[in-house]
Write a protein that binds this ligand. Structure first.
Ligand SMILES: Cc1cc2nc3c(=O)[nH]c(=O)nc-3n(C[C@H](O)[C@H](O)[C@H](O)COP(=O)(O)OP(=O)(O)OC[C@H]3O[C@@H](n4cnc5c(N)ncnc54)[C@H](O)[C@@H]3O)c2cc1C
Length: 477
């Protein structure tokens, strides 16, 4: 049956669009960090009609579909499971046409266009798509995961910058929601259903996004609060004084910075005498006007000067590239330090210091080898509360600790602080159990009903929205 389907789709979409060869499939079966499975087939259509044809053919054959963009997702939602029965539908060839409208500040983008390619095309117009992260995802994947990133405090997530969508539904029909208006209050905003839906409700083929002027100047500093508990007040003061220009606010713990400096010897240690503080916050102001209109550097210095007598132990103005290099080096360097248990949590930002203190104390009591090396978007209440079991610890890594540690941390986040167990990476097999655990029955029921309406046979995606009593991918048995 698979061979018949492959041949039929090769006729319809072209031989380069379909494969069942193990060598071709391998690169699509492994996720960026989690997720390793086996696909029945790879389909790579080049346009919307091809996606619709592929979805219809898989439906007739009764095959489940895993949509895949750039495969940089971090919750194992873009790769097949181990059954060998799921089809990977890669959207990577949906790259055209890319239509930029500088006057309206919009771009019509194919789902397979990478963020870097969109920004390259926008730059000559003095524009950018301001979602900023350490990977190079596709626009379709960014919509399905509702990507956040380091400039969320200023520009919001993908949802906030999305104007319109084109989606292929589970029955193979094409839903045109390609709105270009910034204001359009004509009924239910259906495109929102597909944002952050992990490919479980429909397949994004094109999108209209709002784009923004490129910054013409920025001012960056590394701030050392006298105590981590002072950070929320510092951010509040920054917003009150300079909020129109604040574009990033990234927290870094001493352990996280130490790992980056240890494993990336070319990084410059910005602190006096090389002495790392307990916590530091990288802040950035940015503006699309030049220093002749507003001088961000002077504004930042004026803001910080009186605070050096008060809440701040230090403020470091290095080269922005050096300061950002330290922040960007953390995530990968932790893996070199030891076994990482990664988190992507968020809560009201005022609660972060209390959470960090309480969770650190809990962990030290029960798992003394785990080192908290957290960092993240503290301006948005986000924290990658990553834990490292160092390679050189006296005891070897104990894999049995992972689930109890995750449960402990997530319980503190969600139950004690009303926070989120997945701040920006979305829901996938990696955290499905915690979706089930923390989503209230009424939300589960409504989410399940939406899934049932849009994908009654449960063919799309690897995430189950709705009650755990439904089948693996959400449809009622
Ligand atoms: C080094 C690194 C840093 C990162 N930093 C951040 C960060 O700061 N903030 C953040 O939010 N994320 C971050 N991520 C996670 C990741 O980059 C985002 O989740 C990204 O949006 C995924 O896009 P993708 O194209 O790679 O999608 P994939 O990984 O291919 O897929 C992600 C999900 O979207 C679905 N999907 C993909 N394309 C489509 C489509 N066209 N239609 C319907 N569903 C689709 C998939 O089925 C899957 O459920 C990071 C990842 C890495 C590796």
């Amino acid at each position: 049956m698979i061979e018949e389907l492959r041949a039929a789709l090769a006729d319809r979409l072209g031989p380069e669009a379909v494969s069942t060869a193990r060598a071709d499939l391998a690169g699509y079966e492994q996720g960026a960090r989690y997720g390793q499975g086996r696909a029945a087939m790879l389909i790579r259509p080049a346009d919307t009609a091809g996606v619709a044809a592929a979805v219809r053919a898989c439906r007739v054959a009764g095959l489940p579909i895993v949509p895949q963009g750039a495969n940089t997702g971090l919750v194992a939602a873009s790769t097949p499971d181990a059954s060998g029965t799921q089809v990977v539908l890669s959207l990577e060839r949906l790259r055209g046409p890319l239509e930029i409208d500088p006057l309206d500040r919009t771009a019509l983008v194919g789902a397979g266009v990478r963020l870097s390619a969109l920004n390259q095309a926008l730059a000559p117009h003095g524009l950018c798509f301001p979602i900023d992260l350490g990977a190079d995802p596709s626009i379709g994947g960014m919509i399905a995961a509702n990507t956040g990133g380091a400039r969320l405090i200023r520009h919001g997530d993908v949802r906030r910058n999305l104007l319109g969508l084109e989606v292929v539904l589970a029955d193979g029909s094409v839903l045109d929601l390609l709105n270009r208006n910034r204001k359009n209050n004509t009924g239910i905003d259906l495109k929102q259903l597909f944002v952050g839906s992990s490919g479980a409700l429909g397949i994004v083929t094109r999108a209209v996004v709002e784009v923004h002027p490129l910054p013409r100047q920025s001012a960056t500093a590394l701030l050392v609060p006298r105590a981590p508990g002072d950070v929320p007040r510092l951010i509040g003061d920054l917003e009150a004084a300079l909020g129109d220009f604040l574009s990033a606010c990234e927290g870094m713990s001493r352990n996280a910075m130490a790992c980056a400096l240890r494993h990336r010897p070319r990084l410059r240690n910005p602190f006096q005498g090389g002495l790392l503080p307990g916590y530091a916050v990288l802040i950035e102001l940015a503006a699309s006007c030049g220093p002749d209109v507003v001088d961000l550097q002077a504004m930042l210095e004026n803001f910080l000067a009186p605070r050096l007598e008060d809440t701040l132990a230090d403020a470091i103005f290095g080269r922005a590239e050096d300061l950002w290099a330290l922040r960007h080096a953390i995530s990968d360097s932790l893996k070199e330090e030891g076994k990482v248990i990664a988190f992507d949590i968020a809560m009201p930002r005022s609660a972060l210091p209390a959470f960090r203190a309480a969770a650190t104390a809990d962990l030290a009591r029960d798992w003394p080898w785990l080192r908290v090396c957290d960092f993240g978007h503290s301006g948005d209440g986000g924290d990658h509360f990553n834990l490292v079991w160092p390679h050189d610890a006296a005891e070897p890594f104990d894999p049995a600790c992972v689930e109890p540690v995750r449960a402990l941390v997530y319980d503190r986040v969600v139950r004690d602080h009303g926070g989120s167990f997945s701040a920006e990476h979305g829901v996938g097999p990696y955290n499905q159990a915690y979706y089930d655990r923390y989503t209230t029955p009424d939300r589960l029921a409504l989410s399940g009903a939406v899934k049932q309406l849009l994908d009654p046979e449960g063919r799309l995606g690897v995430v189950r929205f709705g009650s755990p009593d439904t089948t693996d991918n959400g449809a009622t048995p």
